[in-house]
Design a binder for this molecule. Structure first.
Ligand code: GTR
Length: 360
């Protein structure tokens, strides 16, 4: 099925440099810089240079029956006369050094329908939650929030890059915390924030696990060969032009001229762990395209002597969870959402990574 699908979608081999197939880790590590450059230069825009924030903490009274410690973290960035503050929530199991999920989240409040705080805590994980609109609003205003501090505005980058910028700063902060096991931080995002989590991890290699939920078009699913009902570049740049670099819109309807496809973004995460989550009824996200992307990206893991997606060549059935390799994929029942069922899969993989670390 897979070979036919790759041919049908006309996806070229992008593990090639100057006409020569990349065949080892060293060549890939050289080449991956060019691949990343293409993604930033053509699609998301370059992330602005890092500004060192000042940090203030505020302890919250809510502690989940005494199980947790909750601190709001205020990052203040200054540039010239302008200053902007971004707020994030650090919720850690009390009295333990904990592995953490860095959750790029839609909603301000915690817990919320996408973020089951207590279940996550009870599974032994802390949460660093960043509400994406606390960074900059999800619209075309490039004077809003952190964007106001960066030169170039929408000419230079899209909002996904800015959310991603802040996710990396959150990781910088986690590395300063004694109560955080900063070698074991997973990043998670759903939908547009799944795209953000994936981009962040492609750029920043400090995440031990990347959970990319229902990210679809311009996230984990390949852009070539979409069919009716799947979101295409044309659709996404029409509704959300400001998520991307402006010129990316020129690829609408011309997917075959892209100098990459989305599976190469996934390959940039190798050899670390990543899971691509899909929901059966989320046709818009093109689940076949996400599965194919995992299959194609697996080559990068193989270059490190690791297994990418372990599968039998067929699109998985609903309910099948293919997470035995470092690159995982699953398809669950239901619609576009970050559900408890998704969390269970991410938590269980994270647990497995920690258990393996202890054994090694
Ligand atoms: C949709 C968008 C998708 C996805 C989703 C979301 O409207 O077209 O690519 O990102 O929004 O973020 O909920």
């Amino acid at each position: 099925m897979i070979k036919r699908e790759i041919e049908k979608r006309q996806i070229p081999d992008f593990f090639v440099n100057d006409g020569k197939k990349i065949t080892n880790k060293e060549e890939w590590e050289e080449h991956r810089k060019r691949v990343l450059d293409l993604f930033l230069g053509e699609e998301y825009g370059y992330l602005p240079p890092k500004i060192e924030p000042s940090i203030r903490l505020e302890e919250q009274a809510i502690n989940f029956a005494g199980k947790a410690k909750w601190e709001s973290v205020f990052f203040t960035f200054k540039k010239g006369t302008k200053r902007r503050t971004v707020r994030a929530e650090l919720i850690l199991p009390r009295g333990k050094k904990s592995p953490v999920f860095l959750a790029i989240d839609f909603l301000k409040e915690s817990p919320n329908k996408y973020l089951p705080v207590e279940e996550i805590l009870d599974s032994g994980f802390g949460i660093f939650k960043l509400c994406y609109e606390s960074v900059t609003r999800d619209n075309g205003d490039f004077e809003n929030g952190l964007c106001a501090l960066f030169e170039g505005g929408k000419e230079k980058y899209g909002k996904i890059a800015i959310w991603s910028y802040m996710a990396s700063i959150c990781m910088d902060y986690l590395m300063t915390r004694e109560d955080v096991d900063s070698k074991n931080v997973a990043i998670i995002g759903h939908s547009r924030l799944g795209k953000t989590a994936l981009l962040t991890s492609a750029i920043d290699n400090r995440f031990v696990l990347t959970c990319v939920n229902d990210s679809g078009c311009c996230g984990a699913s390949v852009s070539r060969g979409k069919v009716d009902g799947n979101e295409k570049i044309y659709d996404i740049v029409k509704t959300f032009p400001y998520w991307f670099k402006r010129e990316y819109a020129l690829y609408a309807g011309k997917e075959n001229t892209l100098p990459f496809d989305q599976h190469m973004l996934l390959s940039l995460v190798a050899p670390r762990n990543v899971i691509i989550g899909g929901a059966k009824e989320d046709v818009w996200a093109d689940n076949e395209g996400q599965f194919l992307s995992c299959h194609l990206a697996s080559y990068a893991w193989e270059l490190y002597g690791k297994s990418g997606l372990i599968h039998d060549g067929k699109m998985p059935e609903v309910g099948e969870v293919l997470t035995a390799g470092e690159l995982g994929f699953y398809l669950r029942e239901g619609t576009h959402f970050l559900s408890r069922d998704d969390w269970k899969i991410y938590i269980s993989k994270f647990r497995e990574i920690l258990d393996n670390e202890i054994r090694e």
